[in-house]
Design a protein around this ligand. Structure first.
Ligand code: FYN
Ligand code: ADP
Ligand code: MG
Length: 571
């Protein structure tokens, strides 16, 4: 602070924070007002920041996380202290697990009282609690440090492996004042927040050598590849190499699911048979059976080799040995591979690609038959067929998807055509992301959003339909209503209370949207569903379609029955 910067005018913590966010292009806050941030939300809105106010902090946090994934800038969530902070923390932990950049800013109680445990209003040592659940956590005590705090939060969220950051702001900080000129000078515009990380040339060559020798190569694209926004380079890698690829669920649409090199429709076969597998922004976690076991059995179980592209060096060898680790940002790694492939790159042997094509065609025809059937009571397939057609007609629409069967069936039935158009339960398989993700998708893109929700999954965030109506967002929620978790037919052997997985029969979910001025439709046939969805997408009006699904149609735990030992035994 030098004398020349002194202006005589004062600026407070509220405005320093607003200016620090604006200076870094962070123009939207997903929040829930209350002590001590109520005034902040008003002032931020008055200063031109878009303030999206939620009914529960977890959904505001999920919205910030999805905004981070879609834009590559940290999504900002703001909550009150203690319970509000804890509600937001679930979303922060989930964002970190999924490698989505977000910043949770929480107001907190005064340090002097909290540290002596003297019983302050909403007393809690929030920083200590947040630390193990996020990538980085900071507290700002002095107004002149707000600029540094925001800068550190931004860099921590988006550089290297993206993730969630916690920023603790005690109530007193907001009202602190300092000289306005010095305050302005204390703010930092972060230069190059997510610097490129160029892979080492020998690592690129090692990967190329391994790929070149492969007889049955496979590329697995994960949501890190979608996040990287290196769409053209990834397409070039796939098409120039001629290697079949498998998209993880949120990488669907990076190349259109109808691409002739997609091996989605014969997933089990390619995982079991591939001899060299190149992972691009996908971890070998439970979703890929940790790279071993039955899923990865087949002819090459003992000799299979992995190439892994990831920005995090410590991801390598996390489950199985990685023969060719390629550490760097996906854009740089993939473009280096494409350059290194040169002109005379030989496509994979045709017995591999032909074998895949045949199996895939067979499975796709089988699926087409199932989708064409129109059973007397609507089921997952006949309802999802309608959504499949709607997304084909509007490939720019964003699909949000959660549930068990509703998730699993939608993943394979609803083809995606464009990158970053599918948001789902992610790495944890978490329920409750639905309405938060839908709000962020609509707010950040302005595109139609189609939220495909199991009736159970919808319940976690259902109250946010009011938020959707309040901001008049182009979101169409489709509740797959089969009267319960997995299905609606469980019985309590003793009579009395209903079984734990069963809900109120024929619940009128559509009336929830009507209650707040949106459109609500009850659909019992594919034709009714198609009409309502078409109108929703065309009008952009907040809509909830209560799609009545055969209550006997689901299976316990969907496609992950193996993780539910009791259900697996019953099967
Ligand atoms: C896929 N398939 C298709 C198609 N797409 N057949 C025909 N046409 C098309 N377009 C086939 C594919 O080859 C598989 O058959 C099968 O359909 C399922 O494909 P999917 O969904 O890609 O694969 P799978 O085995 O379910 O994937 C494993 C998984 C996935 C772990 C990645 O289940 C997943 O993402 N699960 C998340 C679950 C979750 O989080 N649930 C929330 C908690 S629910 P085969 O090749 O014959 O195998 C709490 O209960
Ligand atoms: P999926 O669930 O789709 O398989 P994961 O979340 O398991 O995907 O994996 C995403 C991976 O992508 C993480 O290991 C993360 O470090 C990595 N990643 C994220 N962004 C980038 C990037 N820009 N460059 C390289 N790797 C990235
Ligand atoms: Mg259900």
């Amino acid at each position: 602070m030098t004398n020349e910067t002194q202006t005589g005018e004062q600026i407070d913590g509220f405005h320093l924070l607003i200016d620090a966010l604006k200076l870094n292009g962070l123009d939207t806050i997903y929040a829930l007002p209350g002590i001590p941030i109520t005034d902040f939300t008003r002032m931020a809105q008055a200063a031109g920041i878009r303030l999206i106010s939620f009914r529960h902090e977890q959904h505001a946090g999920n919205a910030a996380a999805a905004a981070g994934f879609l834009t590559g800038k940290p999504g900002i969530c703001m909550t009150v202290s203690a319970p509000g902070f804890l509600n937001g923390l679930t979303a922060l932990a989930n964002a970190t697990t999924n490698c989505f950049p977000m910043i949770l800013i929480s107001g907190s109680s005064e340090r002097e009282i909290v540290d002596l445990q003297q019983g302050d209003y909403e007393e809690m040592d929030q920083l200590a609690i947040a630390k193990p659940l996020c990538k980085a956590a900071f507290r700002v005590l002095h107004a002149q440090d707000i600029g540094v705090g925001v800068a550190r939060a931004i860099r921590s969220a988006v550089s290297g492996r993206p993730g969630g950051v916690y920023l603790d702001l005690p109530a007193k900080l907001f009202a602190q004042t300092m000289d306005a000129g010095a305050g302005k000078k204390s703010l930092i515009k972060v230069v190059d927040p997510a610097p490129k990380q160029i892979p080492a040339p020998d690592a690129v060559q090692r990967a190329l050598d391994l790929l070149k020798g492969a007889k049955r190569p496979l590329i697995v694209l994960g949501k890190g590849a979608a996040y990287a926004q290196a769409d053209a380079d990834i397409r070039a890698l796939v098409e120039k190499s001629g290697i079949p690829y498998l998209p993880m669920s949120m990488a669907k649409g990076l190349l259109p699911d109808t691409h002739n090199q997609s091996a989605s429709a014969t997933r089990s076969y390619v995982l079991a048979e591939a001899d060299v597998v190149m992972l691009v922004g996908a971890r070998l976690n439970w979703l890929l059976s940790h790279g071993k076991g039955k899923t990865w059995g087949g002819a090459n179980a003992d000799t299979r080799q992995f190439i892994q592209i990831d920005i995090s060096p410590t991801e390598m060898d996390s489950n199985v040995p990685i023969a060719a680790p390629l550490v760097g940002d996906i854009g740089s790694c993939v473009s280096a591979l494409v350059a290194g492939m040169g002109a005379g790159w030989a496509k994979p042997p045709t017995d591999w690609t032909q074998g895949i094509a045949e199996r895939k065609d067979k499975n796709i025809s089988k699926m087409a038959e199932t989708l064409a059937a129109n059973p007397p009571v609507m089921n997952f397939h006949s309802a999802l067929n309608v959504i499949r057609n709607a997304v084909k007609a509007r490939p720019d629409a964003i699909v949000v998807n959660e549930g068990a069967n509703t998730l699993d069936f939608a993943r394979s039935i609803v083809d995606m055509y464009e990158p970053r158009k599918r948001l789902d339960v992610g790495t944890w398989g978490i329920m409750g992301i639905g309405m938060g993700f839908a709000v962020a998708a609509a707010v950040t893109t302005g595109k139609p959003v189609i939220a495909i929700e199991g009736d159970s999954a919808f319940g976690f965030s259902g109250m946010e339909v009011e938020t959707i109506c309040r901001y008049n967002l182009p979101v169409c929620v489709i509740v797959f209503n089969n009267n319960g978790i997995y299905k609606g037919t469980d019985k309590n052997p003793n009579g009395g209370d209903v079984a734990p997985t069963v809900f109120v029969k024929d619940a009128r979910y559509e009336m929830m949207m009507q209650a707040f001025g949106g459109v609500g439709v009850r659909a019992t046939t594919p034709a009714e569903l198609a009409k309502a969805l078409d109108e929703a997408v065309k009008s952009g009006k907040p809509t909830l379609i209560n799609a009545i699904i055969d209550e006997t149609a689901g299976t316990e735990s969907g496609r992950i029955t193996s993780l539910n030992p009791q259900a697996a035994k019953k099967k």
